[in-house]
Design a protein. Sequence first.
Length: 267
Amino acid sequence: MHEKDRHRVILSAVQDRSLVTVVDLCALTGASEATVRRDINTLDEQKRLRRVRGGAEALAAAPFGNLAGRPFSVNETMNIAEKRAIAAAAVELCEDGDPIIINGGTTTFQMVHPLATRRLQVFTNSFPIAEHLLKNSRNTVLLSGGIIYREQNIILSPFDNDVTRNFYAKRVFLGAQGIGPLGMMEQDPLLIQAEQKLIGQADELIILADSSKFSNRSSLVLCPLDRIDTIITDDSIDDRNAAMLEAADVKLIVVPKGSAQKEGVAS
């Protein structure tokens, strides 16, 4: 990750929490402790955060805070070939006329390109997804309501009575921060709340996750594995994780980084 991108991740993290440790920032950026400490010193000198013992804190709290995790602009460049192949396989599950939900994220965003030739009813909380489909397709697009989180380019509501409850979907497509034996994981409580509402509005839960997500972990579990109907991933998934999904009766679709997909069913 380049220095500019690391600085954006660090600034986003310190706005989300009153104090962020060097260890936390290493996990978010993938950088060494020495690099993170240099970044903190630089941002402190620029008066963009305050350096404290063992970490950093924001100069002032944001009105609504930010979400934990890397910004959309950083994540969208990672594992792009895998994300495109996974997204193409996800769209193949849809038929014209289907009502679907697409949660905001960089893997789910890649669904917009194959969706350009389709005509579906798409409910999303993602500005980039909605904008692209409006400009480049004939799909019907519905947006959720709530607070705009600029770093992640999504709209989330802390309230239960938002428009999400008024939309039914045949399938909901979600990305993931991590996937493990306990289930699908996310980093932020507000994301958990929003995504649980989306899951409740659909018949099927489809997870789009490149194979790197099986080595990621978080302290927050969105749902157990047996709640997931299908996981679409790339062909770098190892046998241990494939067996884990099979034991949970999750359908597994594995795609190569190119275009054609090969499918296996875990049952």
